[in-house]
Design a protein. Sequence first.
Length: 276
Amino acid sequence: MPTLSSRGVDLHYQHTGNGPPVLLLAGIASDSASWKPILHALTNTSTVYTMDNRCAGQTRPLTIDTSRDLMVQDVVALLDACDLDKVTLIGHSMGALISWAVAACVPDRINAVVAASAPFTVDPTRIELFNTLARLRTEDNEADWFRLLFHFLFSPRFFEDANAIDDAVTAALAYEHKQKRSAFLQQCKALPSYLEPIGLPKTLPFKCMALTGANDKLFTPEDMRTKYASHPEISLSVIENAAHSVHWENPEAFVSVVQTFLTGQRLSQRPDIRTN
């Protein structure tokens, strides 16, 4: 798998598909494997790039200092290394925060931004939540820690099947590139760097949209509407039957919204998608 050096790390990345370039940016505690449910569908119309953030996946060293600024520089380094003059950014959670920061830094290199499950910046409430999660995680309680984390990621229907929960925990523990506790602590330690405004212009010079799950507890649909109210050109789609991990719980609706937006087509009426 290809890597590139950027400010003390070897970033792992890969690309597949044909069409205009799209870069997927994962959230905290996640890596490029988190895009698996939607990756194949997106490659039908795009060349899709994925990368493992600092402190995640196959990027090395795994435990290292990170911040919003460093992540922005990593993304720009990837654009340079892959000769991507313009790209669409699709970010989830922390990846959405990074996407907006990259767009503010190099707006002339952005075709579009799709921000899933997060606004422009984070806030102290979410920082405290993740700091608490970091303190609760130990080597002896990882199974229960993942069970707790799932409550912030998935909608109520996920918890209706005890066997499915057990299977999800088993898969998380067995994942070959599972994030170490020390690496998760570094990502949480960096969250205050996502507090500051990013300096987006009043009118954005590229296409942009936001989407979220109807059951998201971390950034509710109402949170998203409030946070994006300053930029009415940013449309918001709310996907039913999904919470924070919207692309895992309803990948078909996620892909439908994204591809409709990127191609400029009219979104067909679906009972599981609401647009605001």
